[in-house]
Design a protein around this ligand. Structure first.
Ligand code: B12
Ligand code: SF4
Length: 315
């Protein structure tokens, strides 16, 4: 009786009640897109992100992560808030990616996945294996999201949902449960190339193929040490991450906004002036970003980005 209650539709309804905007189910299967990872790594597109190489084998297939996995329950959560896009801001305003100015999604969404998983275990007396991940697991999340019917991998190459766009966090549960899968999301970029043209560094080297070494998101967040001078001018006023290739996407014109508290910008990160942010001490910066995804760049990284952005603003 318990197992019968744990249907795909019951899981999806529960996910929505917990706060996930979308939820779908993909089979743990061989998908053609999963194979691109090895070529992407071989071309050097992971730049200095050695952890992508180290986890490549596990990242190739969720069945390497959970033995006997049969299904991936994929969720998407809208984080877009009621603030102008970076391209609409005056030059002296610091560009902070909209995913990063609120609470850290890793913590918020992992807690929500844990609630979902605990509920699932309560429904299934027979037991099953499962692992829940938000971003940091060895999983090609966008591929499973596409096959769970949440959207398609765009040319930018974000997961785009035809109704609510791409300002979405992905998070998933890999499980041995055999659940009814959804139909895969169909590609709907068509002939549009706005993202390829808008990228200030030409990081989108082919439709759907991103070279991290050129991407301002990588350079401002993941890269340690100096940012090569070749990218300083293109960096503009980007202080943390980059939203440009999503801002130009027709599916984000306009994108719906969420009023969910965790994703609202914190006071000091709500469109701050570059000069005000740069004037803060290291301790003040540390306090300001505590509990947000921005801790990833560390104070040294933020300071480095701010210095380049200030020079750009004075040009
Ligand atoms: C590494 C990483 C990065 C790196 C590399 C980005 C990248 N494109 O891979 C950096 C630091 C640059 C980055 C930046 C950002 N990231 Co990031 N990132 C990841 C992470 C951890 C792994 C992604 C991955 O597997 N990359 C490997 C390559 C192979 O995958 P891919 O680019 O997605 O490639 C697909 C296509 O290229 C396709 N493909 C199609 N045709 C072809 C042809 C060839 C020849 C090749 C080689 C490939 C290819 O194959 C791939 C299938 O996996 C995921 C979380 C996760 N565990 O999945 C988050 C994730 C993708 N990031 C996310 C976000 C929000 C961002 C940023 C928007 C943050 C910001 N505002 O600055 C930017 C967006 C940059 C962009 N346009 O993609 C979200 C995306 C949500 C969504 N709607 O898609 C994720 C899913 C995290 C999450 N849980 O929400 N990220
Ligand atoms: S995030 Fe910015 S730099 Fe990176 S590919 Fe998109 S537009 Fe280019």
């Amino acid at each position: 009786m318990g197992v019968d209650r744990l249907t795909a539709s019951a899981i999806k309804a529960k996910a929505r009640s917990i706060g996930f905007d979308l939820c779908g189910i993909a089979r743990a299967d061989d998908y053609p897109e999963l194979v691109f990872l090895s070529e992407w790594l071989a071309r050097g597109y992971a730049a200095t992100m050695g952890w992508m190489h180290r986890s490549a084998e596990r990242r190739a297939d969720v069945r390497h992560v959970v033995a006997g996995a049969r299904s991936v329950i994929v969720t998407a959560t809208l984080y877009n808030t009621d603030r102008p896009y970076s391209s609409q801001l005056p030059p002296e305003v610091a560009r902070i990616s909209r995913y990063a100015w609120g609470d850290d999604y890793h913590d918020t969404l992992k807690a929500r996945l844990d609630v979902l998983l605990a509920w699932m275990r309560g429904q299934s007396p027979d037991g099953f294996e499962a692992r829940a991940y938000v971003d940091t697991g060895p999983v090609q999340e966008r591929v499973y999201a596409q096959y769970a019917g949440l959207g398609w991998i765009g040319k930018n190459p974000c997961l785009i949902n035809p109704e609510i766009g791409s300002w979405l966090f992905l998070a998933e549960i890999i499980t041995t449960l055999d659940l009814e899968p959804d139909t895969q999301g169909l590609e709907q970029c068509g002939s549009c190339t706005k993202c390829l043209e808008a990228c200030p560094t030409g990081a989108l080297v082919e439709p759907g193929v991103l070279d991290s070494a050129r991407c301002l998101s990588y350079l401002t967040i993941e890269h340690r040490g100096d940012i090569p001078a070749a990218w300083h001018a293109a960096l503009g006023a980007q202080v943390y991450g980059c939203d440009i290739c999503q801002e130009v996407c027709p599916y984000n014109q306009p994108a719906p906004v969420t009023h969910d508290a965790p994703w609202q910008p914190r006071a000091g990160l709500d469109l701050p002036a570059l000069a005000d942010l740069a004037a803060r001490s290291d301790d003040e910066l540390r306090t300001l970003v505590k509990g947000t995804p921005m801790t990833r760049a560390k104070v040294e990284g933020l300071r480095r980005n701010l210095e380049i952005a200030l020079v750009n603003a004075m040009r």
